[in-house]
Design a protein around this ligand. Structure first.
Ligand code: NDP
Length: 446
């Protein structure tokens, strides 16, 4: 980092104490920006870095609700509206006990550049709560979502702030949130949330989009090296929304996905995961991944300890959570001959792991590019809502495919332009940043 960037980073750390994940995400972007600031001194003069790192608005609120035993429960709700220079704030809601302001800010910061890369008119934001949905009844989930929205609704709107899902927030939760928004405002404002059900304003392909998009980006990266996914052994971490649909698309493209995980451990099925069984266990029964091995009658094994990254593979798709793949894991993957790593999750690889993978010449796709298909398809959902239309699956998937190919091309060309061919981290950061920076300047000091 050059001196000016380092000073700005130090200020961010000082002004946001204790928010390690936020610091990490800012540093990751800043490390790519020296050559951009050299070519564009107007970004320095206009204090673009300082302005981008300070969210436009941060909302923290109490979420009171009653559990099934009539006990009052209190959680903390967050919405960080980071940047609206490219469009309304857009980014998901995460319900997980690990959520605190630093997590939401790292996700919101990433989201600014990811949304910029999609080419769609959407700004960056993120929200959530430290609520733990695991083990909660349907009634408890609904009461929590209703209480959460009873505060959040006043900050939302199809032209203001448009949340979606993330960890712990899927179609069921979006339904409860949308229902409460509709009730409070007396408006059927479909464009205020994305990830809705198909019969009430949702878009086909939105459920699949993040996982599908990650694999489409991976395919493009491999194509650029004259390779493909066909016949490859793939490992996907997590077994939630992103992991399941990454598995589906990778399988469609001829790969064999041999392992996935959740926070209780991982399963290995050398014949290739039975996706219908996995969907039944995860999407319908909301059970643990060990259940998969139990029902495969000896064809799959469950490991409670150790790491999924110890399993030899050609392609690794971390799709669970931040910092889940560290330097030791990266060394193991390299030793086992991995050829590509794509981040389906947000910031799943530690900076040390990324450096090791890149130094070893492994094709590496950063999350803000590789998993941008989810938010891009959310923007397509907003388009359909605005035009009172709904597109069919094939057309919507084609749009997603075009967007992912476009993001890949943009990242690859930008990396090339800045003298670092094949460096998708640099390409994504610079391409995402310059569009935002130009808009920051154009809109004046606001
Ligand atoms: P889900 O809640 O559907 O699934 C998350 C999966 O990751 C679960 O299998 C969960 O296991 C596992 N997991 C979560 N936290 C941890 C943890 N601390 N340790 C180990 N495993 C963990 O979430 P999504 O699939 O939607 O999101 C996964 C990642 O993808 C996140 O980083 C998210 O920000 C990112 N992402 C999601 C998008 C989307 O459209 N959904 C868009 C872009 C990025 P368990 O059930 O045991 O907790």
């Amino acid at each position: 980092m050059d001196t000016k960037i380092q000073e700005t980073y130090d200020t961010v750390v000082r002004r946001n104490p204790g928010e390690a994940e936020f610091h990490q995400s800012v540093k990751e972007v800043f490390e790519s920006l020296s050559p951009v600031l050299e070519r564009n001194p107007q970004y320095v003069d206009a204090a673009v870095l300082e302005r981008i790192c300070e969210p436009e608005r941060q909302i923290i609120f109490r979420v009171p609700w009653m559990d099934d035993n009539n006990n009052v429960q209190i959680n903390r709700g967050f919405r960080v509206e980071f940047s609206s220079v490219l469009g309304p704030y857009k980014g998901g809601l995460r319900f997980h006990p690990s959520v605190y302001l630093g997590i939401i800010k790292f996700l919101g910061f990433e989201q600014i550049f990811k949304n910029s890369l999609t080419g769609m008119p959407i700004g960056g934001g993120k929200g959530g709560s430290d609520f733990d949905p695991r083990g909660r009844s349907e009634g408890e989930i609904m009461r929590f979502c209703q209480s959460f929205m009873t505060e959040l609704y006043r900050h939302l709107g199809e032209y203001t702030d448009v949340p979606a899902g993330d960890i712990g927030v899927g179609g069921r939760e979006i339904g409860f949130l949308f229902g409460q928004y509709k009730r409070i405002t007396n408006r059927y404002e479909s464009g205020v949330l994305t990830g809705k059900g198909i019969t009430w304003g949702g878009s086909l392909v939105r459920t699949e989009a993040t996982g599908y998009g990650t694999v489409m980006f991976t395919q493009e990266m491999l194509k650029a090296k004259g390779e493909s996914l066909d016949g490859r052994k793939v490992i996907v971490s997590g077994s939630g929304n992103v992991a399941i649909y990454a598995t589906e698309k990778a399988t469609q493209l001829g790969a064999t996905v041999i392992a996935c995980s959740d926070s209780s451990g991982y399963v290995v099925d050398e014949d290739g995961l039975d996706l219908e069984l996995m969907k039944q266990i995860k999407e319908v029964e909301r059970a643990r991944v060990s259940e998969y091995a139990a029902r495969r009658g000896g064809r799959a094994r469950f490991a409670e300890s150790g790491s999924i990254w110890d399993v030899p593979c050609d392609i690794a798709l971390p799709c669970a959570t931040q910092n889940e793949l560290n330097a030791d894991h990266a060394r193991t993957l390299i030793k086992n001959g991995v050829v590509a790593v794509s981040e389906g999750a947000n910031m799943p690889c530690t900076p040390e792991a990324v450096a090791l993978l890149q130094d070893a010449g492994i094709a590496f796709a950063p999350g803000k590019a590789a998993n941008a298909g989810g938010v891009a398809t959310s923007a397509l959902e907003m388009q359909q809502n605005a035009s009172r239309d709904s597109w069919d699956f094939e057309y919507t998937e084609e749009r997603l495919q075009d967007i992912m190919v476009g993001i890949h091309q943009n990242c690859a060309e930008t990396a090339e332009e800045y003298g670092a061919p094949g460096n998708y981290v640099l390409g994504a950061n610079i391409a995402g940043f310059t569009k935002v920076a130009d808009a920051v300047i154009a809109l004046g000091v606001i």
